[in-house]
Every structure is written in C-alpha cells, then in structure tokens.
Ligand binder design. Structure first.
Ligand code: F6P
Length: 380
C-alpha cells in the first residue's frame, strides 16, 4: 500500500517542511513504503496520474525545500467539490460534475493502492477531503482508506489545534508591513487603514494589530469593531492626546459583512470629522493599503517549520501505527493538530463541524486588544 500527500487551498509557509517531515518520518520507519505526491491539490487526484502525481518519490524530492515558502507540489481549490444550493439552476449539472470528479479520484487512489491520504490545508480542504474519503469507501468498501489532515492555513481558524502552519509567518509578514508603514505615516502624521487577509475569521488581523501596536482593529466576527463612529471617536481621543499617527488594521472579511466600501467610508469620515480637524488644525490625511497575498509569502519562520515538523511526524505515526506513537490507535479520518509542543489527534468530522473557529468578544486575544488599543475612554 502507499501513502499519498497533497497540499490544498491557500498556500501557507511551512507546507514544504510538513511534506518533508511526513516523508522523512514515514521512510525512517519503513524505508520501503511507497509515497506519492499529488500535484496541485485535489486536482492532482483526478487527472491522468502520470502527469499529476509523483510516484515512489525518494529523498531527492524533498531536498532544499525546508526554507522555501509556498508549496513545491502545488495547491488549488476544486470548484467541482463545492455544491450550490439545491434551488440553483445548475444544481443537477454540478452534482453530476462532482460525482464524476469523485469517481475518477477514487479509482486513481485505488489503482495507486493509497490507503492513507495526508491532506495539508484548511477547513475548506478538509471538507473536500471528507467527501473524497466517503466516495472512496462507497466505491471500494473493502479497501481500507483514511484521510489524515494537517492544519495549514494562515487564518489559524481550525478547531483541534492551537496553531496552524503558516500563521506565524503571515503574522510576522503583516507586522513587518505595519513597521514599514509606520515610518512613512509618522513622517506625514497620517492615519492608515491596512487590510489584512482573513475572510471569515480575524485572528491574523487581531494578533498583528496587537503585535504591531495598531490604534484600532476591525474584524468580521465582532460587529462593534466595524462601527465607523466608534473608530472616529477613538482617533479623536488620540489626536487630543497628541498621538502622531494611527494604524487601523482591518480583516478583509469586514468588507463582506459591513459593505464593500467600508474602508473608503471610514477614510471619508475621518478626513471630514470636524472635531479631529479642529484638534489637528487641518483635516486628517488617511491612506488605504493592503498587505494582500504578501502575507502568505517568503521563508517560513522557525516556529512554523517546527510546527510543520511536529505535525508531519504525527501524520506519519497515524498512517503507519494507527495513532500517535505511544498512544492509543484512532479510527476514521482525523486531523493531527497541536496543543503546546504536543501533537494531538481530533476526528476530522469534529474539526469540520467546529471550524472555522471564530474570534468572540470573550476571546483572550480580543480582550487583550481592547486593553491595548486606543479608546475614547482612556484616562491618560
Ligand atoms: O484561507 C487562507 C486565505 O489566505 C484567506 O485568508 C483568504 O481570504 C484566502 O485565502 C484568499 O485566497 P486566494 O486569493 O488564494 O483565493
């Protein structure tokens, strides 16, 4: 039997180190085990196998990749796996396309004798992996098959792990951007609205705002953070206390929840606020910037590569021993996550049901952010 590995969804720095770690640990325990890399995410499962997969990969395939960002085996999202609502006009067509995709994927996995498929990605990828697992078992009920997820997403919003691979690098990239922007906005005494990735969850925006010393943060899950008037009052308080410049970090999902022109609307409000203008002696100047995909790029941090090593090694244990070394075996599809420096295993169904993990007003990081950031009520 062989073990398949693929990366899926948004690339995350450290994915290469996770592939390498899984490869090394699998081969260390069983030098003869066959490992297959599927290219470009789930897409690689359903193409002609000679062009979309690397069979029987050896040590050379994973050399010189540990320091590289992105994912050397490629990634992607497969629209066929996402179904629209039943009332959608092309629903039946989409179901047929999905079933075709799943059938080809199941047959390919069967022919390649894959009994464990390691999927490195986020919650969308795990939903896809679960559907592929179910389809395989339906087509080939007598053949054992297990999906082993490894959390790899800069959003860090998965249940079943404290951290996901890529988050720390993205956080450092965003904080680096904030520090660079400080230089220019301090020189002009401006405010900057900086958009950061995070469509559903605001962890990256929240933590980068804390670490970068932002004045304000806005995240999709906590509605009070999108309130323009609240932000204007905070900045006015800052102007009165002679703060020289302001950083407003906003997660991209705020536009989806509060309106596409949220950033422009806030800029207009700040630039025309009479109280701010009278305290400054001139209207406030505001610029809008976005970190965008730069957050996902560059060499992974030491923490991300260490996490990737831990989780890749845990996934190899589950594939070969049925569970983490020195622990009870586990059944069914699972995800290997971390609690502190330990690997932990959670059923994939539970991960999917409880993800994305969202920021709430009670989240420790959110409470901390409200203590550290600017507010109209601050007494000093
Ligand atoms: O899921 C990771 C993520 O980086 C999100 O924060 C973001 O919304 C999304 O991917 C964007 O992905 P892409 O532009 O690659 O489709």
């Amino acid at each position: 039997m062989s073990i398949g590995i693929l990366t899926s969804g948004g690339d995350a720095p450290g994915m290469n180190a996770a592939v390498r770690a899984a490869f090394r640990c699998l081969k260390m325990r069983d030098p003869d085990c066959e490992i297959v890399f599927f290219r470009d995410g789930f897409r690689g499962l359903a193409r002609r196998l000679d062009s979309s997969s690397d069979r029987n990969v050896d040590r050379r395939a994973v050399r010189d990749i540990i320091h590289r960002g992105g994912t050397f085996i490629g990634t992607g999202r497969v629209p066929e796996l996402l179904l629209p609502g039943e009332s959608h006009p092309s629903y039946a067509e989409r179901v047929a396309a999905r079933d075709d995709f799943l059938k080809v994927a199941a047959i390919n996995l069967y022919q390649m004798r894959v009994d464990n498929l390691i999927v490195i990605g986020g919650d969308g990828s795990f939903c896809g992996a679960r559907i592929i697992g179910e389809a395989f078992r339906q087509h080939f009920p007598r053949r054992p098959f297990r999906v082993i997820g490894i959390p790899g997403t800069i959003d860090n919003d998965l249940h079943g792990t404290e951290y996901s691979i890529g988050y720390d690098t993205a956080l450092n990239n965003v904080v680096d951007a904030i520090r660079k922007l400080r230089d220019t906005i301090e020189s002009h005494r401006r405010a900057i609205i900086l958009e950061v990735m995070g469509n559903t969850s605001g962890w990256l925006a929240l933590q980068s705002a804390i670490a970068g010393g932002a004045a304000v943060v806005a995240i999709p899950e906590v509605e009070e953070t999108w309130d323009h008037d609240r932000i204007v009052r905070s900045l006015d308080a800052g102007v009165r206390r002679d703060y020289r410049y302001f950083i407003i970090v906003v997660a991209e999902g705020v536009r989806r929840r509060a309106g596409e022109d949220w950033c422009e609307g806030l800029k207009r409000k700040l630039e025309s606020d009479p109280a701010i203008e009278s305290h400054l002696g001139h209207p406030m100047e505001v610029r809008i910037n976005s970190v965008g995909h730069i957050a996902r790029g560059g060499s992974p941090t030491a923490l991300d590569n260490t996490l990737a090593g831990l989780l890749g090694s845990g996934a190899a244990d589950v594939a070969q021993l049925g569970g983490l070394e020195n622990q009870d075996p586990v059944t069914g599809d699972v995800m290997v996550g971390c609690r502190g420096p330990q690997a932990i295993v959670t059923p994939l169904d539970e991960v999917i049901a409880r993800s994305p993990r969202l920021v709430t007003r009670d989240s420790e990081l959110y409470v901390l952010s409200q203590r550290l950031m600017l507010s109209a009520e601050q007494p000093f």
